[in-house]
Design a protein around this ligand. Structure first.
Ligand SMILES: *Cc1c(COP(=O)(O)O)cnc(C)c1O
Length: 411
C-alpha cells in the first residue's frame, strides 16, 4: 500500500513544487477542480488593482493607447500560443469558447464550400454540439450535424465531411483523442479540423502546428487560471487566416477600426476574428495569470500530471475497494488528459460530502465524480489525503444526508 511518507518524498523531489506558492489557495482545502475554475495566481490581484486604480482611474480613456489596452487580445493570444504549439500571430483572446466556436464554424464551413457535414462525437461537450446545431439552422444551406460514437469517427470521415469538430479531452471521462492522427485522417479525406482545447491547454503539451490543425478554440478559466468567465481564445492556422470571412463582422476586426468608414473590410491576419471591445479587466487578469507559464516545461508538467493521476487511481482503488466506486477514465495514461473520474450510484451526494470535508472536486451527470489534476499547485500528499477522505465518506456513508442529496444549480 502507498503511504503518506512516500508521497511526502515525491513532493520533496518535485521539480514543479515551487509553483504552488505562486497561487493563493485557501487554508485547509484540497482543490481538485482546477479543470473547471483554475486557482487564483498571486500576480492577479496586484495587476487588477493597478489596472483599476492607475490605468482606469487615472489614465481614463488615454489608457487604450498608453497602457496598450487595445493590444490585449493579441498580446494575450501570443502568450497562449506557445502552450498550444502555435506561433505568435496565430491566436487571439476574445469572447467565450461558445462564441469562438460559432465564429470558426461559420468561417470554416464557408471555406469548405460544397461539403455540408459537420462531424463530431455524441459525447462532445454540450455547448459545442448546441452551437454547431445553431450554426446549421442559421445558415439554411442544407448543412448537417452528424454525431457518431467515438469508435466510429474514423469510419465516418468520407467526402461529405466539411469539418471535423472535436474536443481533445473529454470533460466527463478525461479521455484524450489522438489529435494528430484524427487531423491527418480528416485531411486525407479533404475535411478541415476544429479542435476545442478547453481541457488541454495548460494541462499537457498541445501541438497544433505539428499536428496540422486548421482551427481551434479554448477556455481561459480552466487550466489557464484566468478567473471566472475569463476570455477564451481562438486559433487559425496562418495559411488559412486570410480566407476567413468573419460572421461577426464587428469593428475590432476591421482593417481600420478608427477610420470609421461605412463599409466593412476585415483586418489582415488573426485580428479579423475579433468583434467588439475587449473586456479589459478580464483580459488583464488572464494576461497576468499567463506570465508564469513561460517558466514551465510542459513535458515536466505532463509527467507530474500522469504521476498524480496514477497515484489517485491507485490510492482510491486500494482504499475504496468494495465501496461502489468504478474508474470511469481510461486506465492507460496516454489516453487520458489531466483528470480522473469515478462512477458512483450516489455520485452527487458523495461529492457534496467530500466538499464539506474540504476536498473540492465536482460532479457530472448522471453519476460521475470528477477530479482535475493541476500540476502547478497540487502536491502528491493532497492526492493521498483526498483519496483517504473519499474512502472514509464511502465507508461511513457520510454522503447519506438530506443536504447532500439536494441538487444545487451549478454542479
Ligand atoms: C469549459 C468548456 C467550454 C466553455 O464554454 P464557454 O462558452 O466558456 O461557457 C466549451 N467547450 C468545452 C469543451 C469546455 O470544456
Amino acid at each position: 500500500m502507498i503511504d503518506r511518507k512516500q508521497c511526502e518524498e515525491l513532493d520533496r523531489r518535485d521539480p514543479l513544487a515551487g509553483f504552488r506558492e505562486r497561487f493563493l489557495l485557501p487554508e485547509g482545502i484540497i482543490y481538485l477542480d482546477g479543470n473547471s475554475l483554475g486557482a487564483l495566481p498571486k500576480a492577479v490581484p496586484a495587476r487588477l488593482g493597478a489596472v483599476v486604480a492607475r490605468e482606469w482611474g487615472e489614465g481614463l480613456i488615454r489608457s487604450w493607447n498608453a497602457a496598450q489596452w487595445i493590444e490585449l487580445p493579441q498580446r494575450v493570444g501570443d502568450k497562449i500560443a506557445p502552450l498550444i504549439g502555435a506561433r505568435a500571430g496565430e491566436v487571439v483572446a476574445a469572447d467565450s469558447t461558445s462564441v469562438n466556436l460559432f465564429k470558426l464554424l461559420c468561417a470554416g464551413l464557408e471555406i469548405a464550400s460544397s461539403r455540408r457535414v459537420i462531424l463530431s462525437e455524441r459525447a462532445n461537450f454540450p455547448t459545442d454540439v448546441y452551437v454547431a446545431a445553431g450554426v446549421r439552422d442559421l445558415l439554411r444551406q442544407g448543412h448537417e450535424l452528424r454525431l457518431v460514437e467515438r469508435e466510429g469517427l474514423l469510419a465516418a470521415l468520407d467526402e461529405s465531411i466539411a469539418l471535423l469538430m472535436l474536443t481533445q479531452v473529454d470533460f466527463r471521462s478525461g479521455y484524450r483523442h489522438d489529435m494528430a492522427g484524427l487531423t491527418a485522417a480528416a485531411h486525407r479525406n479533404g475535411a478541415l479540423t476544429l479542435w476545442d482545447l478547453s481541457h488541454s491547454a495548460g494541462a499537457m503539451p498541445v501541438e497544433l502546428e505539428s499536428s496540422g490543425v486548421d482551427l481551434a478554440v479554448g477556455c481561459g478559466y480552466k487550466y489557464l487560471n484566468g478567473g471566472p468567465g475569463a476570455p477564451a481564445y481562438l486559433y487559425v492556422r496562418r495559411t488559412l487566416q486570410d480566407r476567413i470571412r468573419p460572421p461577426l463582422s464587428g469593428w475590432m476586426g476591421h482593417r481600420e477600426p478608427f477610420a470609421f468608414t461605412t463599409g466593412y473590410a476585415p483586418a489582415k491576419g488573426i485580428a479579423r476574428n475579433l468583434c467588439g471591445t475587449p473586456p479589459v479587466l478580464a483580459m488583464a487578469s488572464l494576461d497576468a495569470a499567463l506570465d508564469l507559464w513561460s517558466e514551465v516545461d510542459m513535458s515536466v508538467l505532463r509527467a507530474k500530471s500522469v504521476a498524480l493521476s496514477e497515484l489517485l487511481i491507485a490510492t482510491v482503488e486500494e482504499r475504496c475497494a468494495g465501496l461502489g466506486l468504478a474508474l470511469a477514465s481510461p486506465r492507460e495514461a496516454e489516453h487520458r488528459g489531466s483528470q480522473v473520474s469515478f462512477q458512483h450510484e450516489q455520485g452527487y451526494a458523495v461529492m457534496q460530502a467530500l466538499i464539506a470535508a474540504g476536498v473540492i472536486g465536482d460532479f457530472r451527470a448522471p453519476d460521475l465524480i470528477r477530479f482535475g489534476l493541476t500540476p502547478l499547485y497540487l502536491r502528491y500528499v493532497d492526492i493521498y489525503d483526498a483519496a483517504l477522505a473519499l474512502a472514509e465518506i464511502l465507508r461511513e456513508r457520510h454522503w447519506n444526508r438530506p443536504e447532500y442529496l439536494r441538487r444545487a444549480a451549478v454542479t
